[in-house]
Write a protein that binds this ligand. Structure first.
Ligand code: ATP
Ligand code: DNN
Ligand code: MG
Length: 227
């Protein structure tokens, strides 16, 4: 039975998918049987009238996993809005039992499964007259620890510390932070890392630069993050 790790971020477009692709690639290149799963994706691309989950396509291609992207995402929505609104606009609202079943299948298929969230940690997944589901409900239902993806630049102290405070308030474990779009030798970014670590007690375990194609972390250290 596989182990899981949840990838959240300080917001949408922060680089969760980009960094996830490098994480999965690193593990697979070092002999770890790692797969990918995303509970709910909004903003899917339309190709030949079919909804293609771009996040999954990117990770599977980056990591060299021969699997159909649509088979690694439980709910795929077209509108590039919060998943709860996309479901209200398009139908097919999230059922947590489906997500649990699909994640279980992924864990039976792979030894390690990286699970990517939607947006930042506070993301409505379903919000209608029947049910209210937030992304944190999925993280807890799947009993996952998290990694926080954050931009390395200006503004990240506030965004990262608040994200981690929110996760802690919900008893969700944070295993580490990865700074994305990092620039070597940048005095402010070095101070950002120090301030974030001092204010949260969580380590910045990796730095990803613009257009990096490899993750500068040891595969063993990445594998240890999974529970
Ligand atoms: N280090 C990087 N180098 C080059 N491009 C990057 C990097 N990080 C992110 N990008 C690009 O920035 C855009 C947003 O990144 P990404 O899709 O990974 O964000 P996300 O957090 O997964 O967003 P979402 O909330 O939609 O899932 C993408 O086009 C991605 O390829
Ligand atoms: C469409 C986007 N790329 C993501 N898939 C979903 C982002 C949800 C953001 C919710 C919010 O914080 O406003
Ligand atoms: Mg993404």
């Amino acid at each position: 039975m596989g182990k899981g790790l949840f990838i959240t971020g300080t917001g949408t477009d922060v680089g969760k998918t980009y960094v996830t692709g490098l994480l999965v690639k690193k593990l697979r290149e070092h002999g770890y049987d790692c797969g990918y799963y995303k509970p709910a994706l909004s903003g899917a691309e339309v190709e030949c009238e079919q909804l293609i989950p771009g996040d999954a396509k990117h990770v599977l291609e980056t990591a060299g996993i021969r699997e159909k992207p649509e088979n690694t995402v439980s709910y795929i929505y077209k509108h590039a809005v919060s998943p709860h609104l996309a479901a209200n606009l398009e139908g097919n609202p999230v059922d947590l039992n489906i997500i649990k079943k699909d994640y279980q299948k992924a864990k039976e298929k792979y030894d390690y499964v990286v699970v990517e969230g939607s947006g930042g940690i506070l993301c409505p997944i379903r919000w209608d007259d029947q049910q209210h589901i937030l992304l944190e409900d999925i993280v807890k239902e799947l009993n996952l620890s998290t990694i926080v993806i954050a931009d390395a630049g200006l503004g990240t102290i506030n965004a990262t510390v608040l994200t981690i405070e929110y996760l802690r308030a919900r008893n969700i474990q944070v295993k580490g932070i990865i700074f994305n779009r990092s620039r070597e030798g940048d005095v402010m970014e070095e101070d950002n890392q120090k301030m974030v670590e001092v204010l949260t007690g969580v380590s910045v375990i990796g730095l990803v630069k613009e257009n990096d194609t490899e993750l500068a972390m040891e595969a063993e250290k990445v594998a240890e993050l999974f529970a």
